[in-house]
Design a protein around this ligand. Sequence first.
Ligand SMILES: Nc1ncnc2c1ncn2[C@@H]1O[C@H](COP(=O)(O)OP(=O)(O)OP(=O)(O)O)[C@@H](O)[C@H]1O
Length: 701
Amino acid sequence: MMLSALQFSRVLARPHGDTLSTCLHTSSILLTTRRKGRKGSIKTGSPPKTRLAKSLKATGKAKRLGKLEVAPKSRPSFIRDNVPHEGKLPHEHAFSNRRREPERRRPDKPLSAEERHFAAIAHSERAERRTEATRERRGTIANLLEQEFDTSSYPSLGALPQSFSSPPLLPGLQQCLHELIGGNAKPTAIQALALKHLFVNRDSKERWTECLLASETGSGKSIAYLLPLLQDLKHTELASLHSSPSPRKPTSKKPFNPRSLILAPTHELSRQLAGFAKRLSHMIKLRIMCASRANVPSTAKEKGTASKMKKLINVLDNSDDAEIIIPSGGRTSRPVDVMVGTPMKLLELERGRGWNWEQQARERALLVNNDNMPEQNTSQEASSVDLGRKFWVDDPEMGLENVEWVVVDEADILFDPDFQEATRTLLADIAAARGRPVPVSALPAPAAQGSQQKSDSPQHISYPFNLLLTSATIPTSLSNYLSAHHPTLTRLASPRLHHLPRNLRTEHASWTGGNKDADIERRIRRVWAEDSFVHVKNAYSGSDPVKLSKVIVFCNKRRKVGELGAFLDGRGIKTVALTGTADSRQRGSNHHLDGFLKRNPSAVSISPASPAAPAPSESDPAVTPHVLVTTSLLSRGLDFSPDIKHVFIVDEPRNMIDFLHRAGRTGRAGETGKVVVFGRSKGRGSGRAGEMRKRVGAMTM
Ligand SMILES: Nc1ncnc2c1ncn2[C@@H]1O[C@H](COP(=O)(O)OP(=O)(O)OP(=O)(O)O)[C@@H](O)[C@H]1O
């Protein structure tokens, strides 16, 4: 069991670049796919973990199956007023090359909130009509994705809340929400579903909720799960205030006793989620902590002594929004409301840092042996390997008995057959700590292609806490796993699940046949030329520097990231090139992504009438990085700045799941965005590029 758990951490912190270590686990999963069948990677013949589920309905022989509700299609995606994205509604945005009348762009009299609301609805209806028209024109191509997830077959189960006031939120929570997304913001489809289903009925017989939240990228899933979570934590705290003098008193002697956990696949996402949760809860005074730190090894390196290692690790970083904890013994007990981290970091806190060193060392030895002498004797070699030095194991620092909520963000990754061991081990530890152990046996391999899981008596798992899973993509493997082990789980989905966000446009670019890096540079400069053109046309203010778009470039391999980064730097385009093992990640904060991740709205000066003018150096791409080159490491969950209007996919994505997450780093929260997919238009590889084009086309419907 532990082997896979260790694989998980190894993929995140693998030292050198073979292909498998290219990037985050997503890609390593997908690479496995490619090895098995290169040509089949984006075809329906791909394995269940890389194939999108056709249906979210629970299947199986369980007496009671969880309900599924899909929000109706007619809901407009995003309605808000001034924050967080400079106050622009979808209808106020346009791509640079579109001609518009200046009077209409910059009305003297700003629209009232109500007018904006109806304008957004009208916009959404127009978009819907356009989509229908395109669908008719494209005929069969559109059906490519409809075969995967057809929302039209799900009847609506009744009205959904139209505002964030039903059910009523705590005043402090409501105020923080307004600060973050604007006073007139309306719930998105997935948020409306969460408001309807997730506000715990304290009188209900069934105490614990299990729910899957599935909706397209950038559709506000974080708020969808944070609101019910934070509100319930506060209610519980207030209720216990009346019954006991010290409501937050921890029941164990361990330093940290969180009441809820949020699990995320990467250190960066953990940091961002913790910061976001902190901003959302600062008025209701809940304590949010982040337990994640990239690339800090759990065991001593070859040259390090135990004491040196401890010194290295006991660094407290308070530079970000949320408090960061790095394990260090002997602190006094502190109540924590929400603890965010990767499953491995949380396991380390709970079991003691270094708890799995022996297994890790064995696995490393196995890896070395596998590289040098494939196939024979590997297990023998591994078991006889001299583990060498003395490793230390810290005392456990986190008690789990208070945990009442667990959120698994990016659940398809964290429940992926390759990585679910760490997640499930942690969940089982919580259940055991709360006095209702659940078995953690090895699961059967995912069902064979095209079939549902065929186990006669799959083991139903019922955890003694609320469990929320979220993802923008539900692969068949996750769907099967949930049907087999969580048949009563409620499934909530937005009608655009497995599609690109509505405001995200796609474009296919052909390689010229020469230097690919030069092709990419040309394309980046073209984006900036368009920005300049729009700036001049709009004549916002003659002397203001042009606000150039930022671009994320996704590659498949770590080596390619380094090469392209160096090439662009050499051409005067300052670039951040980031892979899983970059030194900048090891420092623990998200500063290596400054300028790319979305900032706290309170730190952004917002004035819709006069867009903020960047300082000259900020707008100079030779001085301030405007391009981020990375692998799938950063494709999951991160909320990038609305300045990122372009995502370039320069290596063919391994499958549509990978594509959806990469593309979804732009076009978020109703913003416009464009994804440019590079490929061959003729010769070798052009056939696959053509198929990719069709699939991408279907995802825009
Ligand atoms: N109702 C709303 N109105 C306006 N903006 C919103 C609303 N809900 C969320 N947002 C904003 O949308 C952005 C995207 O939200 P979030 O990161 O939660 O998306 P997501 O669905 O989790 O995306 P991903 O699948 O990529 O993780 C955030 O900047 C958030 O502040």
